[in-house]
Design a protein around this ligand. Structure first.
Ligand SMILES: C[S@@+](CC[C@H](N)C(=O)[O-])C[C@H]1O[C@@H](n2cnc3c(N)ncnc32)[C@H](O)[C@@H]1O
Length: 274
């Protein structure tokens, strides 16, 4: 559900006409008093280094991206092996955004919740990170290992750059606590449990001091920012959980702050409050 592009283009043109630099324009969603406000990066009080990193990753992100053949093959493998799950794959544009964020935040180690067939893990490895990715499903963990064994060398990446750990995040995260810290944590599974996962990660000291958390789907089909779009049942419960997650970690929690990039289904970028 890419909802970015035109507003940013219009705003960029306005600034250029006004003779100013468009450099800090990139619109993001800022949570304030439980409400979602669209703001330019320049209008949000952020430490300079975070603003610069966000800008580097998000500014002028193309929505149409030509995937490298290895990524295309991973996508084709996934669609053949899990035809009903292909919607879980990141878009090519999201893949680029993940690579850019990993590079901009200089993440050398990534902890991921939700491997599926390893597309995002490949993106982080491509950006130079060592990735530990957790997957609860035996078939999907095996498929990810199989396709990554073929794909990593095609991108000149060591096989050791991605480890797929089979297990439930709620079991694996406490096991990892106290062992090492990660520069980037990617939440991409079990949307109703994001709060539990991030609490386990933060409580277990898994996020590096200058680390960053990326949480996917935080706008969930438009139902998070627009309560009247919630249709009841399971989707409503997911949207409500994600809204609570956003309000807590982007606004209320004294440990963290963040913004939402309105890209595809929404990507929260969260970092430790200084
Ligand atoms: C949206 S997909 C992940 C997509 C993946 N990041 C990619 O780039 O293709 C979510 C995956 O998380 C797994 N999953 C769901 N709940 C989980 C949990 N509690 N712990 C670990 N994995 C989980 C699912 O089996 C599924 O493969």
């Amino acid at each position: 559900m890419p909802i970015r592009g035109k507003p940013q283009l219009a705003a960029s043109i306005l600034l250029l006409i006004a003779g100013q630099s468009a450099s800090w324009l990139s619109p993001v969603l800022h949570v304030q008093d439980g409400k979602y406000l669209t703001k330019a990066l320049k209008d949000i009080p952020l430490v300079k280094s975070v603003r610069e990193r966000l800008h580097a990753a998000w500014s002028e992100l193309p929505l149409q991206v030509q995937e490298a053949p290895a990524y295309q093959d991973l996508r084709a493998f996934t669609m053949a092996r899990f035809p009903g799950g292909a919607h879980m794959l990141p878009s090519p544009s999201r893949g680029l955004l993940l690579r850019r964020l990993c590079t901009a935040f200089e993440a050398r180690s990534v902890l991921e919740v939700g491997t599926f067939t390893g597309y995002s893990a490949l993106c982080f490895a491509e950006a130079g990170a060592q990735v530990l990715s957790i997957e609860r499903c035996k078939l999907q963990a095996a498929a990810a290992r199989e396709i990554l064994t073929q794909t990593l060398p095609r991108r000149d990446i060591s096989q050791a750059a991605v480890e797929v750990r089979r297990g439930f995040a709620s079991d694996v995260l406490p096991e990892l606590a106290g062992s090492e810290t990660y520069d980037l944590i990617h939440l991409d599974a079990g949307m109703k449990s994001y709060m539990q996962f991030l609490d386990l990660a933060l409580g277990g000291g898994l996020l590096a001091e200058s680390g960053v958390v990326l949480a996917d789907n935080v706008l969930f089909r438009g139902m998070v920012t627009n309560a009247s779009a919630r249709v009841g049942g399971r989707f409503q419960r997911i949207a409500e959980s994600l809204h609570s997650f956003n309000v807590r970690y982007l606004q209320e929690d004294p440990r963290t702050q963040g913004v939402i990039l309105p890209h595809d289904d929404g990507l929260a970028v969260i970092w430790p409050r200084t």
